[in-house]
Write a protein that binds this ligand. Structure first.
Ligand code: GLA
Length: 508
């Protein structure tokens, strides 16, 4: 499987990356905002447009958050109109959906909407799109929709084998294609029927668990597989209360399945919702970025705090998500620490490691245990994907460690930004802070230019053959970008090595 992914990427060569669905979308993980986590069914035109204005003026659109997605509950509860067309509830969307998409497009956003591959939506709105795929895809295209989140509730029993689910979702994928409008498709069947083995053929991303909730580690029966059959990719009892740690453990065995154009979706972000500490939110965000999940903000941006904003607007972390190499970190170490509580998933540490396009390596040391601790990992383990047992040539180099949280925006700047009364004032503050703008300098370019805003701060070196030892607070993660230390007179050769590495990695 890894080979077929790699050959796809290699075959694309210089002419751009080809993905399995091959619609040219989501070549890096999509980013944006979705109303569900913060607002549930409380949706309206006003919510979408006041939020898009905030995303724009806080500089978040220019960091890459460019999809604005309306989730469930937008429909007229009476169902379809006389012609069988889906219709929005007029009191929530008085100007109609086309006017919303026009507005968003004028602001430089893309517009996302929601439906379910079932007879009803998950919040039990009257009409899902099952057996109405062509009509509904045409409605989405007419409304100027750029992304469809396609859920799986009330599927009428058409589930239980990969073929049943594949066919049910493929009907919408085909219908969207035949509209002639290029619409990103995000499947939401919570990991059922081994979606990680077929999602990439028909969609740009696929959810792999039940719904996230605003907790870092707390196991909950409503996220069924927590207690039933931990770590088993076949365990599906999706539920609604999945913690960050649960989702990480679920994706770990198939983190490598994401490819440019098709990504495992770890669900929308909880950063800023209030249930986790600052360190927990930093870890959640960095892991979602490095695991190449779509990055959809899930908080109320009209009342965002300085601490949440300065997590979400860290360009050095976002650059991990948008790295041109387009592969997830994988887990190279997992330990159960202390006395694990009676539920699986509490009291553990992870090390995640992954190759980046320019030859750097990202390493995330996660301490999900209850005590601060010193974690250690050897270069041999960090580079195990290039050869086990220390055989990777990388182990012979010294590596500089860059802390990617070092240049987090200051609270004072964030507070001034949030308090600013006009768009002009906000834009001046962002300029003064020299904040990254990916609309002006795409991440690929910024990375190629060694833009210091994407590389954090050098905090140490691990010598060849060595072991990295790092203090990590409880419920926190250290996010390090490892940069090869060039030996004197080696600069040209080092670039050559980076190219070879890319090739080697692609051929794994
Ligand atoms: C399901 C999805 C959620 C959200 C709700 C809406 O639970 O997994 O992300 O879309 O439906 O009802």
């Amino acid at each position: 499987m890894a080979n077929s992914h790699s050959s796809i990427v290699i075959a694309a060569g210089l002419s751009g990356v080809v993905s399995a669905i091959n619609n040219g979308l989501a070549i890096t993980p999509p980013m944006g905002w979705n109303n569900w986590n913060a607002f549930g069914c409380d949706v309206s035109e006003n919510l979408l447009l006041s939020t898009s204005q905030q995303i724009l003026s806080l500089g978040l659109r220019d960091l890459g958050y460019n999809y604005v997605v309306l989730d469930d509950c937008w429909q007229d509860p009476r169902g379809r109109d006389q012609n069988g067309k889906l219709q929005p509830e007029a009191s929530k969307f008085p100007s109609g959906l086309k006017s919303i998409s026009d507005h968003l497009h004028r602001q430089g956003f893309k517009y996302g909407m929601y439906s379910s591959a079932g007879e009803m939506t998950c919040a039990r709105f009257a009409e899902g799109s099952l057996d109405h795929e062509v009509d509904d895809a045409n409605s989405f295209a007419e409304w100027g929709v750029d992304m469809l989140k396609y859920d799986s509730c009330y599927h009428m029993g058409r589930v239980g084998t990969p073929t049943a689910s594949f066919n049910r979702f493929k009907a919408m994928s085909d219908a969207l294609k035949s509209t002639g409008r290029n619409i990103l498709l995000n499947l939401c069947n919570w990991g059922e029927d081994l979606v990680h083995t077929w999602g990439m053929s028909i969609s740009n991303s696929w959810r792999i668990t039940g719904d996230i909730y605003d907790s870092f580690t707390r196991p909950d029966d409503l996220c069924g597989c927590n207690t039933l059959s931990p770590g088993d990719v076949n365990c599906v009892a999706p539920g609604t209360h999945c913690s960050v740690l649960f989702i990480l453990n679920k994706v770990a065995p198939f983190a490598d399945r994401s490819i440019p154009g098709g990504w495992s979706d770890l669900d929308m972000l909880e950063v800023g919702q209030g249930g986790m500490t600052d360190e927990e939110y930093k870890a959640h965000f960095a892991l979602w970025a490095a695991l190449k999940s779509p990055l959809f903000l899930g908080n109320d941006l009209r009342s965002v705090s300085a601490s949440a904003l300065t997590i979400l607007n860290n360009p050095a972390i976002i650059a991990l998500s948008q790295d041109p190499h387009g592969r997830s970190v994988t887990r190279v170490q997992r330990d159960v620490v202390g006395v694990p509580k009676d539920n699986w998933g509490v009291g553990e540490t992870h090390v995640w490691s992954g190759y980046l396009h320019n030859g750097d390596q990202v390493v995330i040391l996660l301490n999900a245990g209850d005590e601060d601790m010193q974690m250690s990992v050897s270069l041999a383990e960090i580079f195990v994907a290039f050869g086990p047992g220390g055989s990777a040539p990388h182990v012979k180099s010294d590596w500089a460690l860059h802390d990617l949280w070092a240049h987090r925006m200051s609270d004072a700047t964030a507070e001034a930004l949030l308090a600013a009364k006009t768009e002009g004032e906000r834009s001046r503050l962002l300029k003064k802070a020299n904040w990254y703008n990916a609309t002006e300098i795409p991440y690929a370019q910024g990375l190629a230019n060694d833009d210091p805003r994407l590389f954090g701060e050098k905090v140490g070196v691990v010598e060849a053959g060595g072991v990295m030892k790092v203090d990590v607070k409880r419920h926190a993660a250290k996010v390090l970008r490892l940069r090869r230390v060039k030996k004197e007179g080696e600069s040209f050769k080092a670039k050559g090595i980076a190219r070879e590495e890319r090739h080697e990695r692609d051929e794994l």
